[in-house]
Design a protein around this ligand. Sequence first.
Ligand SMILES: Cc1cc2nc3c(=O)[nH]c(=O)nc-3n(C[C@H](O)[C@H](O)[C@H](O)COP(=O)(O)O)c2cc1C
Length: 212
Amino acid sequence: MPASGHDAITIRPSILYFGTPVALITTLDERGAANITPMSSVWALDDRLVLGLSGQSQGCANLLRSGEAVVNLPDPPLHAAIERIARTTGRAPVPDFKRAMGYRHEADKFTLGGFTRAAAQVVAPPRIAECPLQLEARLLHARGATPGPADHAHDPGFIVIELAVVRVHAHPDIVLDGTQHVDTARWSPLLYVFRHYFGTGERRGRNFRAET
Ligand SMILES: Cc1cc2nc3c(=O)[nH]c(=O)nc-3n(C[C@H](O)[C@H](O)[C@H](O)COP(=O)(O)O)c2cc1C
């Protein structure tokens, strides 16, 4: 049969990151040291967030222990700062599968990435001042996801985490004057698309419930 424009072929991509916003999760360890976990498996529903985090990450351990985090949402210009901390973990010793991928331990990702701490109001972990949106959040539920293949290149298991957002901070320049609304002409999330960074383009339309 001849191929039409709507035919699809089967492929086996190494990852399925089809495009989700990057979030920088800030957490505190048991000694009160702040960590930053770059991640992109996050989505929001009302005031809830669902995160997918490696059970081997320091950020996940901190969040499950303390029950608190700030979900900081960077904009596209921050991609280079994020890459500066990308190949590091707050965990020591570094898990074997990560060491094999070239990760190293880093106790102070704020300094390494050039990020600035800002005190949160409700939870203990700091906000990242450079991120235009910062969501303070508390842990509601966590459950282990089905483990993947445990070899040198794969994470042995992920945790699905539900958070309640308890306070939202926004840079004033992305808020519509005199409203509680984010100005979508000025705010762009940083998207992670098959391990490449993108911003958003022109608005293509609006939902019937959009208030602005
Ligand atoms: C842009 C980006 C997106 C990522 N997305 C995720 C993710 O969704 N879940 C996850 O567990 N790790 C993700 N990672 C990998 C973690 O950042 C990495 O495991 C890091 O070492 C965790 O740091 P920590 O151990 O100090 O918490 C991502 C990394 C980058 C740079």
